[in-house]
Design a protein around this ligand. Structure first.
Ligand code: AMP
Ligand code: MG
Length: 315
C-alpha cells in the first residue's frame, strides 16, 4: 500500500469515504481514523497498528450533533462535561447505540466519545461526514505520535493517508471519563485534570483497579508508551551510575553528564516533549532514559501515569 501525504482535509476524507484508514492530527496525539460504522475499515485499524482486539477505540466527532448516532443515552454527568468542555482533550464513555459495531468497542456495550479542539482535526471530521474511530496512530506499544513524521516512521505503507498538520499541542492522550454510572470515574488521566472535572461534577474520582477486579478500561492493561531504551524514573536526590548512551529528561539540570538532555520549563512542556524525546533517543541508540518525576497535580498526574507505564512495561 502506498501512503499518501497531504495537507488537505478534503483529500484525506476521500479515503475514509472509500473505506480506508487515515492518520490525522489532534491536540493530544495523532490519531488513526476509520468510519465508525464500517466494520471492514475499523478492522484495518487493528491490523495496521497490530493492536490487540480487546482494546476499544475512541469515536471522534466534528460537531455535537454527531454524538447522537453513537450513543443510546447521554447521561447527566456527560451532559455537564459536554457543556463545560467540548471541544476538548476529553473522552466520555457512554452507553453505545445499536448502530456502533462491536469491533469498534472491543465487544463493550459502551463507547468513548470525543470532540477534538484542533481546528484541522474538526475540519477533517466534518469532511468525513461521519464519526471517526481513532486510536493513536502508532504501532501498538510504541510511544504515541506527536508529529506526522512519527506516524510515518511507524505506519508508512500500512495506512492509506497521513493528513499533515503541526506537531500536537498537548502531547499526551485524552482524559477518559466513564460517565455510565452515578459517579464519573477517570479511567485515563490527561490534560483535562481531576481538578478541572471536579469543578463541574464534584463527585468525580480517579478509578483505581482493585485486586482481582476485571479492568474497566481494557486498554489500561496493555503495554504502552515504551521506547526501546530502558526508562528509569528518578528524583533530584537519585544517584545515577554514569555509563554510555544515557539520556535525561526533566525540569532541572542534572548534575551528571548525559549523551542527550532535555530540560523543560514546566510540566506542560515536559508532557509536550516526552514521547518525541523517547523516539529521538531510540533513533540515537540510547540504552537508558532517566526521567525526572514531577508533582502529581494538573497535567503532572497524567505525565506521571505515562512515565510509570513506560518504565513498568519493561520490567
Ligand atoms: P488510544 O486511542 O490508543 O489512546 O486508546 C484508547 C483508550 O481509551 C483505550 O485503550 C481505553 O483505555 C480507553 N477506552 C476507549 N473506549 C473505551 C470504553 N468504551 N470503555 C472504557 N475505556 C475505553
Ligand atoms: Mg494508543
Amino acid at each position: 500500500m502506498i501512503t499518501l501525504l497531504t495537507k488537505l482535509p478534503v483529500e484525506a476524507a476521500e479515503f475514509i469515504k472509500r473505506g480506508g484508514i487515515v492518520a490525522f492530527p489532534t491536540e493530544t496525539v495523532y490519531g488513526l481514523g476509520a468510519n465508525v460504522f464500517d466494520e471492514k475499515a475499523v478492522a484495518k485499524i487493528f491490523e495496521a497498528k497490530r493492536r490487540p482486539a480487546d482494546n476499544p477505540l475512541i469515536a471522534h466527532v466534528g460537531s455535537l450533533e454527531q454524538i447522537a448516532a453513537l450513543t443510546s443515552r447521554i447521561t447527566p454527568s456527560a451532559q455537564k462535561f459536554i457543556e463545560a468542555f467540548f471541544p476538548a482533550p476529553l473522552t466520555l464513555v457512554l452507553p453505545k447505540s445499536e448502530k456502533v459495531p462491536l469491533i469498534a468497542t472491543a465487544n463493550l456495550e459502551t463507547i468513548g466519545v470525543r470532540m477534538p479542539k484542533n481546528e484541522l482535526a474538526r475540519e477533517f471530521l466534518r469532511c468525513c461526514e461521519t464519526p471517526i474511530v481513532a486510536p493513536s496512530a502508532n504501532l501498538s506499544g510504541k510511544p504515541s505520535p506527536t508529529d506526522w513524521q512519527a506516524v510515518f516512521e511507524d505506519l508508512n505503507g500500512r495506512i492509506d493517508c497521513i493528513l499533515q498538520g503541526e506537531a500536537t499541542e498537548i502531547g499526551l492522550e485524552s482524559t477518559v471519563v466513564d460517565c455510565t454510572a452515578d459517579v464519573p470515574l477517570i479511567l485515563r488521566t490527561g490534560a483535562i485534570s481531576l481538578e478541572d472535572l471536579q469543578r463541574v461534577v464534584p463527585e468525580t474520582e480517579v478509578y483505581q483497579v482493585k485486586k482481582d477486579e476485571i479492568v474497566r478500561s481494557p486498554g489500561l492493561k496493555h503495554r504502552h508508551y515504551s521506547p526501546k531504551a530502558r526508562v528509569i524514573l528518578i528524583n533530584r536526590k537519585s544517584q545515577i551510575a554514569n555509563r554510555k548512551s544515557q539520556a535525561f529528561i526533566g525540569l532541572h539540570k542534572p548534575p551528571e553528564k548525559f549523551d542527550l538532555v532535555k530540560i523543560c520549563a514546566s510540566a506542560a512542556e515536559y508532557a509536550h516533549e516526552v514521547f518525541a524525546f523517547f523516539r529521538t533517543c531510540d533513533r540515537a541508540g540510547i540504552t537508558t532514559i532517566y526521567c525526572e518525576t514531577v508533582a502529581e497535580s494538573g497535567i503532572g498526574r497524567a505525565l506521571m501515569d505515562r512515565l510509570r507505564r513506560a518504565s513498568e512495561s519493561q520490567e
